[in-house]
Structures are given as C-alpha cells and as structure tokens.
Ligand binder design. Structure first.
Ligand code: PGA
Length: 250
C-alpha cells in the first residue's frame, strides 16, 4: 500500500529559536503513532538542528531545495552531499515559488532530481498549473508536460524514491483550494499518465500529495479522495495546532 504523507513546507520562515519552539510543540501535539508519515521542511540553516531534535521521533526532516551539481564554485548553493551530511535525505524540488522567482525550468529540475536520486535521496517533486492554464483548459497537458520533462527518463526503480506533490499555483497561499473533486480528478489523471509512461504498479505505488491552502477544515475531505495520499502544507504548517490537526486527518 502506498504511503500516506503530510509534509510541512516552512518556506523562508522561523529562525533557529522559533524552529525550536515549533518543533517542541509539534512533538507534543502530533499523535504518537501517526497514521501518516510526517515530514517537516525548515530552512537550510535549521536542518541539522531539526534533524537532531527529531531523531527520536516519527517526524522526518526535508530540505526545500538543492543544487544540481556535486560541489564547486556555486556561491550560496547547497549540495546533496551537504544535506545528507546533516542527516537529511529528503528534498522538495520544483516548488512553484522556485519555478516562478528563481527561474527553475523543467530541464533544470530534471538535473536536480537526477542528482538527488544519485545520492539515494527521496524527492518530493512539485508541479501544477497556473490559473490561466486552468481557465484555458490546458491544465492536464501542462501537468503532463511537467512530469514528462523532469521525470519520464527515470528508470523504473527510481520511482520508489519519488513522492509527487500536485500544487495548483492558483491555490498556493491564496486561501483558495482546489475542490476535493478537482484534486481527485487531477490525481487520477497523474496516476494514469504514469501508468501509461511506466507501468500500473509504479502508478499504484507512488504517493501523490495535494498542496494549496490545505487547512484543518478541508484536509479530511481532500485526503479522503482515493488518489490523494496526503498533503504538502505551507501556511498551516507554521501553526503546530493546525499542522497536527491536518496530520491527524486520515
Ligand atoms: P499553502 O502552501 O498551504 O500556504 O497554500 C502550499 C505550498 O506552497 O506547498
């Protein structure tokens, strides 16, 4: 059975002291044996601290980004090896904010995914359409091309290290969510697309998370859809009460 996952993307929020406070609140608020795998993604400077703090708990730590090269003259960048040396072996790649504000293209993301997999990391791969795509009825084509360009040259075995996160850009941080039916429709399409490009078993096994204004009030309904395996949570992940409520929504 594929994994249920709730991941919190903290984005550029929480300094070291604030990270400590949020982590200790999460430790007390999350169920002891959660029904879903719980992941938190603090900023780079707090990854090692978070990893050490959460070692004894059922909460994994992920990075929000990573450079595609092994090492070298890339001022300000962070490599897969650096992440792994802090204990972190999961990375979010392709978030729409990286695509929009930092010019990350499908081709670049393909390189990043390949680098992460070479280091035996797990990738939470984000993708999703903009509002204009949906209005024009192009959302399925757009999502298919994002997947194809970054992931369809992978070998079948690599899929065990891939988690997909469908995040319609129009729903991120806007308070507007895709309806549970819209999420289900797209997730089923994604699974079918993967089954066609690879095989039914890979499509059945890959976890597909929904992201975009998931809150305690809507999580249960969205997660109840058969092809939705959990969520990638932004704003609500910064509030321990809300994140715990979402994590306990299965
Ligand atoms: P949001 O962000 O929950 O604040 O909409 C989701 C995300 O960006 O992953």
């Amino acid at each position: 059975m594929r994994a249920k996952i709730v991941a919190g993307n903290w984005k550029m929020n929480k300094n070291l002291a604030e990270t400590g406070v949020l982590l200790s609140e999460l430790k007390t608020k999350l169920k002891e044996a959660p029904d879903a795998k719980i992941i938190v993604a603090p900023t780079f400077t707090n990854l090692y601290y978070a990893f050490e703090e959460l070692k004894e708990f059922d909460i994994e730590v992920a990075a929000q980004n990573m450079h595609q090269s092994e090492n070298g003259a890339f001022t300000g960048e962070i490599s897969a090896d650096m992440l792994k040396s802090t204990g972190v072996d999961t990375v979010i790649l392709g978030h729409s904010e990286r695509r929009a504000y930092f010019g990350e293209t499908d081709a670049l993301l393909e390189e990043k995914v390949n680098t992460a997999l070479r280091h035996d990391m797990t990738v939470i791969f984000c993708f999703g359409e903009e509002l204009e795509d949906r209005k024009a009825g192009n959302h399925f084509d757009l999502v298919e091309s994002q997947l194809k360009n970054a992931l369809f040259k992978l070998d079948a075995d690599s899929w065990k290290n891939i988690i997909l996160a469908y995040e319609p850009v129009w729903a991120i941080g806007t308070g507007e969510t895709a309806s549970p039916e819209q999420a289900q429709e797209m997730h089923a399409f994604i699974r079918k697309t993967i089954a066609n490009a690879f095989n039914a078993e890979i499509a059945e096994e890959v976890s597909i998370l929904y992201g975009g204004s998931v809150k305690p009030a809507n999580a249960k309904e969205i997660f109840a859809k058969p092809d939705v395996d959990g969520g990638l949570i932004g704003g609500a992940a910064l509030d321990p009460q809300s994140f715990a409520a979402i994590a306990n929504s299965f």
